[in-house]
Design a protein around this ligand. Structure first.
Ligand SMILES: Cc1cc2nc3c(=O)[nH]c(=O)nc-3n(C[C@H](O)[C@H](O)[C@H](O)COP(=O)(O)O)c2cc1C
Length: 270
């Protein structure tokens, strides 16, 4: 039986744009299609459910705006020679525009076998060694970077219609810097670091609570405690790309490449 014959009854009402009502509606699709001997569509239940969800989700996603109507301009002719200066300008503008977590970035790493993974981190600083982040030294990202010390950082400031992509070699920074960063963290964050086992399978939330309580007692007893597993790294950028959305023309892309001791930059087709 063609899927359309089964699907005819799956849309008793137009989708109202509310994801919750879609969630409530879906089991009913399965129930009606799956009723034995009623419509012969049993074998197609999974496909029909998936298609119904997919087309509804597509309908929800298609009109979603990515950027506001008003966007900042990007005068590429006034771009500085150094991408760090432009990055700090854009970051400052994002902070001033009250973008939530303007310092949040995606760190993408890979292993030698080519498997790529990404996660959010916060930017700690930028200095002459590069873009700085802090994390555990015994987790997945540290292992990735140990095997392949190259990474990509991606920043996205939706309200500004701006993305910045940074790639480069990653270096672990001296332990003293990791310690200083650790002691500047909130008590809760320091306790979490002492719990350990990050990214390992966890049997239950209760197990975590018990480990957290033990770590919290240690930190309360000695607030100057520093875990040896906290470190800082920097990404020494070799390429930095600035992307500015535009409503009335093509988006603007400006890419910086590091050559020797200086930077050169040029436009990219959007
Ligand atoms: C907005 C945001 C910021 C985060 N910042 C950090 C951070 O600065 N350092 C960190 O280790 N994890 C941070 N995390 C958690 C990481 O995304 C990740 O879950 C954790 O570092 C484990 O990653 P890994 O298993 O790939 O090593 C942050 C998560 C979010 C959503």
């Amino acid at each position: 039986m063609p899927v359309t014959e089964c699907v005819g009854s799956l849309y008793p009402r137009p989708f109202d744009g509310n994801l919750k009502s879609l969630a409530g509606f879906t089991p009913a699709i399965g129930a009606s299609v799956n009723a034995p001997g009623t419509n012969g569509c049993e074998g197609q239940r999974a496909t029909v459910e998936r298609d119904a969800m997919a087309s509804s989700l597509r309908d929800i996603l298609r009109p979603l705006p990515s950027f506001p109507d008003e966007l900042p301009t990007f005068d590429v002719n006034a771009a500085p020679d150094d991408p760090v200066a432009l990055f700090v300008d854009w970051l400052t503008e994002a902070i001033d525009a009250s973008v939530l977590a303007p310092h949040a970035m995606t760190l993408s790493t890979s292993e030698p076998d080519g498997k790529v993974t990404a996660r959010m981190l916060v930017l700690k600083d930028i200095d002459d060694r590069g873009w700085v982040f802090a994390s555990r030294d015994d987790g997945a990202k540290a292992r990735d970077l140990g095997a392949n010390p190259f990474a990509a950082l991606t920043f996205f400031w939706p309200q500004m219609g701006r993305q910045v992509r940074v790639t480069g070699a990653v270096r672990k920074r001296p332990r003293t810097e990791g310690e200083a960063d650790f002691l500047a963290r909130s008590e809760g964050s320091r306790v979490s670091a002492f719990v350990g086992h990050q990214s390992e399978p966890l049997e239950s939330l209760e197990m975590y609570d018990e480990a957290y309580a033990v770590a919290a007692a240690r930190v309360a007893e000695d607030p100057s405690l520093v875990t040896r597993t906290w470190n800082t790294w920097s990404v020494a950028a070799d390429e930095v790309e600035f992307w500015q959305a535009s409503r009335d023309r093509g988006h603007i892309r400006l890419k910086y490449r590091h050559h020797g001791h200086s930077w050169e930059h040029g436009l990219l087709w959007p």
